[in-house]
Structure formats: structure tokens, C-alpha cells
Ligand binder design. Structure first.
Ligand code: SAM
Ligand code: SF4
Length: 469
């Protein structure tokens, strides 16, 4: 048994990251005729981990099912970023327990992901949820097959709190054969005071560029049209490799693979250099879409958040991107109700939003996370005040998002068509270069193609368009 340990999770050394080349072979008949149900909560990083978990389960012979009633194993890949993520997990665990009891206790229940890295969560699972069979963390997804093969009747908790290694040779069962996620970096060393990620995912570790480029080249060969490079603050890529090779170099080299569309998330304003802006502006296959979290427009709150930039520095970078990257769209993340946020601080955030007129934003009410510095800060903001600010902020965000979409009306834009529309069988869905969702009149033969689309209607969250031959 290995339990999470916050003191270990917090530690940072300057030791070089260890790279481990996995060479795992499993008998894919071991769990033949058995089914897995996988539910992933949270960010793109978790979604991509889910693709690894699915591949690992299938390497043992499992096939996937959408219903827990049919499942032999349920894997819950969790998120810890806000308290409501916890509520979602515990709500769903109740259903799993019920299903397990119905099934003569044969159903295997596994919990993994960021919540599994939290001391209090694991304690709770041990004390109150003995029917959970396996708990593993973000550092040992590669042990999943062994945990299943070697399981006993006893609850097995196998979570490591460490800086982390980099595993190569990982197989993924990708959700799409058009767009793919590619990890370039794991963990985070920024320690924003509200955020749990540096504790749940270890220190910042960059993959070697040769491995990233090889992975993208293979995706290009398989016919993938779009790759999104993934990391918690991709602009810091390479800093831990102690070389001069930065995200700007990586973007240039990955663009050279010939992938038709290249994206990256998430950018941290602090590490965003002029060279990075220039390369995005210069290369046609690097998409003009940047997610640039602001978090707050008040310098006092930014300092308390340990964001390492001021409102003025953010605006300078924002304007530089808008000027240099043609037809770019910029979205952001904003937290309201951080401890000590006064009405004046909040109004400063609104003023930055009014100045930037973001294309869209993910907005959050601050949620205290155990063991983070912000959770120990005084001057907590009342829930009703947070909700009121969130509501006022969202109204403005939606207005600008709608305006940005209106500007595309009657224009012809390039869309990568990714799927059939859920709502209308005569339509397909696609994304513009600057990441706007378009519902396009057309049939499934368009899926996987980059096509010209004339925008016929614009709403706050999507566009309608017609395929132009
Ligand atoms: N690494 C990215 C960054 O630096 O912006 C994103 C990390 S996090 C998965 C996504 C977003 O969740 C953050 O940008 C932040 O706005 C929000 N978030 C993180 N911790 C939070 C908390 N304790 N309460 C509310 N929102 C939070
Ligand atoms: Fe969390 Fe800040 Fe790291 Fe983003 S940069 S993952 S918000 S600590």
C-alpha cells in the first residue's frame, strides 16, 4: 500500500527527470469478454490520461461499454481542481456501490486521477468506501494492468507523491482519428496559491523534443489533421531541460512535420516570449488561437494568487498577440471571489475584460483546496457575493463572445469538420482556425476534411454555416 503524502508532493529538487521507456506486453485474452466503463472528469490533461487508461484496459482484452450495468470494471478518472469535482465523484460512487451489490460484489471499482493524489480523499475512501477495490494516482497509470491482474480481495491503494518521471512508449486509444492531444510537459512548478495541480501532478517535466516530434510524425502518417500540444503552462516548456530549446523552437519543429493544424494549451502569460508570438504569427499551420488565463484584473489579487505578472504586463502581451497574429482569437480563465477580493478588485477584472473583449472565457468561483496557501488566507468571500460576481462577469463575457462571433457573419472561413451534429442529422460540426464551433449544413463525407464555410448565423457560443465547394 502506498498512500499520498502532501509533504512529498510539495517537494521540488533540481534533479534531472528520469525518462523511462516502457516495454509492456500483456495477454489480451486475460479479460476477454469483459467490459470496462471509464468516466473522466476535468481538463484536457485528464481526457488524454483517459485515452491511455482505455488503451491499457483494451490491452488486457476489455472492451468498452457506456453503461455501468454491463461493466466488469469501472474506472473513475477524477479531477480535484474545485470542490464540485469531489461532489460529482461521490454522487457517482453511490451508483457504483449499488451496482456492485447487485452483481454479487463482482464489479471492480477503481479510482484514479487528481483526487486520488489527495490525502483526505484517500483517507475517506479507506474509511467510508471499502467497496472501492483499487486507487492509483497520476504517477502510475502505467501500473494499471498489473493492479488489475494482481488484485486481491483487499482494497489496494497505490498512490505515489513524488516529483514524477516521464514515461515514453505509451499507447493511447484516441477519442478521435482527426484531432489528437500530444503531451509536451507534465506537472507544474508555478504554485499559484489557489491551485492543487502542483501537488497532484508533480514537478514540471518536459518531454524530449525528439519524442514529441516522432509522435506527431506518426500522427501525420496516420492521417491526423490537428495536434494540440498539452501542458499546464506550455510556455515554460524546456526550462527543466536546462537547454536553450524553448516552446518557440518546438512549435517551429512540430510545424515542420506538416501537420495541417497545430495548437497548444495552456499558456501562462509569465513565460510567453516575443519569439513565441512571432512564430505563431509566421507559421500558417500554427493556429491563431491562444488560451491566455488572466485569473484576475487586480494587481493586489494577482500578487496574492502568485501569478507573477501584473495587469499591465498581461495587457501588453495581449495587445502584442492581437497586433502580430492576424485574425487571432484569445480566450481566458478568470476566478472571482478569491480571498480578499473587494468590489473594487472585481471591477478591475471587469475593466480588463472590457478592454480585452475576449472571444470567450471559462469563469470560476474560487473554491478553497485543502493544503494550498490560499485556503489558509483570511477574508473569505461569501458564496452569495461570489455568485453575484460570477453572474455579472458572465454577462459581459457572453456579450463579447457574441460580438466576436458576429464579426464572422457572411465571411468565408476554413473549418476542420470533426463529427456529425448531435442535434441535426443534416449538419456536421467543425472548428475554424481560431477555434470557433460551426454547425455546417453538409453530410458525413465532409468529416475529416478542412473545408471553406460561409458563416450564415452567429450566436454567443456557436456559428452556423454553409459548405462552399
Ligand atoms: N495551467 C493552467 C493555468 O495556469 O491557467 C490551467 C490550470 S486549471 C486546470 C484550469 C483553471 O481552473 C485555472 O486557470 C483556474 O482559473 C481554475 N482554477 C484552478 N484552481 C481553482 C480554484 N481553487 N478555484 C477556482 N478555480 C480554480
Ligand atoms: Fe495551477 Fe498555476 Fe500551475 Fe496553472 S500555472 S496548473 S493555475 S499552479
Amino acid at each position: 500500500m502506498n498512500l499520498p503524502d502532501i509533504k512529498e508532493a510539495r517537494k521540488r529538487t533540481t534533479n534531472q527527470t528520469e525518462y523511462v521507456y516502457l516495454n509492456q506486453e500483456y495477454d489480451n485474452k486475460l479479460f476477454a469478454n469483459q467490459k470496462y466503463f471509464l468516466r473522466t472528469y476535468g481538463c484536457q490533461m485528464n481526457v488524454h490520461d483517459g485515452e491511455e487508461i482505455a488503451a491499457r484496459l483494451e490491452s488486457l482484452g476489455f472492451t468498452s461499454t457506456d453503461s455501468i450495468e454491463d461493466a466488469d470494471v469501472v474506472v473513475l478518472n477524477t479531477c480535484a481542481i474545485r470542490e464540485n469535482a469531489h461532489d460529482k465523484l461521490y454522487g457517482f460512487l453511490g451508483r457504483c456501490k449499488h451496482e456492485k451489490e447487485k452483481n454479487n460484489n463482482d464489479l471492480i471499482i477503481a479510482i484514479c486521477g487528481c483526487m486520488a493524489q489527495e490525502e483526505n480523499v484517500v483517507k475517506d475512501i479507506m474509511e467510508k468506501h471499502p467497496y472501492v477495490d483499487i486507487v492509483f494516482g497520476t504517477h502510475n497509470i502505467h501500473e494499471l494492468q498489473d493492479l488489475l491482474i494482481n488484485r486481491t480481495k483487499k482494497q489496494n491503494i497505490d498512490v505515489y507523491s513524488c516529483e514524477g518521471k516521464i514515461y515514453e512508449n505509451i499507447s493511447y486509444k484516441r477519442e478521435s482519428d482527426i484531432k489528437a492531444w500530444v503531451n509536451i510537459q507534465y506537472g507544474c512548478d508555478k504554485f499559484c496559491t489557489y491551485c492543487i495541480v502542483p501537488y497532484t501532478r508533480g514537478k514540471q517535466r518536459s518531454r524530449k523534443s525528439a519524442e514529441i516530434i516522432k509522435e506527431v510524425e506518426e500522427l501525420v502518417k496516420k492521417g491526423y489533421k490537428e495536434v494540440t500540444l498539452l501542458g499546464q503552462n506550455v510556455n515554460a516548456y524546456g526550462k527543466d531541460l536546462y537547454s536553450d530549446y524553448t516552446l518557440a523552437n518546438l512549435l517551429s519543429d512540430v510545424a515542420d512535420t506538416g501537420i495541417e493544424r497545430l495548437r497548444f494549451v495552456t499558456s501562462h502569460p509569465w513565460d510567453f516570449t516575443d519569439e513565441m508570438v512571432d512564430i505563431i504569427a509566421k507559421r500558417d499551420n500554427i493556429m491563431p488561437y491562444i488560451h491566455l488565463p488572466l485569473q484576475s484584473g487586480s494587481n493586489k489579487i494577482l500578487k496574492l494568487m502568485n501569478r507573477r505578472y501584473t495587469k499591465e504586463e498581461y495587457l501588453k502581451l495581449y495587445n502584442q498577440i492581437r497586433e502580430k497574429v492576424k485574425d487571432s482569437s484569445i480566450t481566458t480563465d478568470i476566478i472571482v471571489g478569491f480571498p480578499g477580493e473587494t468590489e473594487e478588485d472585481f471591477e478591475e477584472t471587469l475593466s480588463v475584460v472590457n478592454e480585452c473583449k475576449f472571444d470567450g472565457a471559462f469563469t470560476f468561483a474560487y473554491s478553497p483546496r485543502e493544503n494550498t496557501p490560499a485556503a489558509r488566507m483570511e477574508d473569505a468571500i461569501l458564496e452569495e457575493v461570489k455568485m453575484d460576481r460570477l453572474h455579472r462577469l458572465n454577462e459581459i463575457i457572453n456579450k463579447y463572445s457574441n460580438e466576436a462571433n458576429q464579426r464572422l457573419l457572411n465571411k468565408t472561413v476554413k473549418c476542420l469538420v470533426t463529427s456529425l451534429s448531435d442535434k441535426d442529422k443534416n449538419k456536421v460540426c467543425g472548428y475554424t482556425e481560431n477555434m470557433k464551433l460551426v454547425n455546417i449544413v453538409g453530410d458525413k463525407s465532409l468529416i475529416g476534411k478542412i473545408v471553406n464555410v460561409k458563416i450564415t448565423d452567429a450566436k454567443s457560443f456557436s456559428l452556423d454555416g454553409e459548405y462552399i465547394k
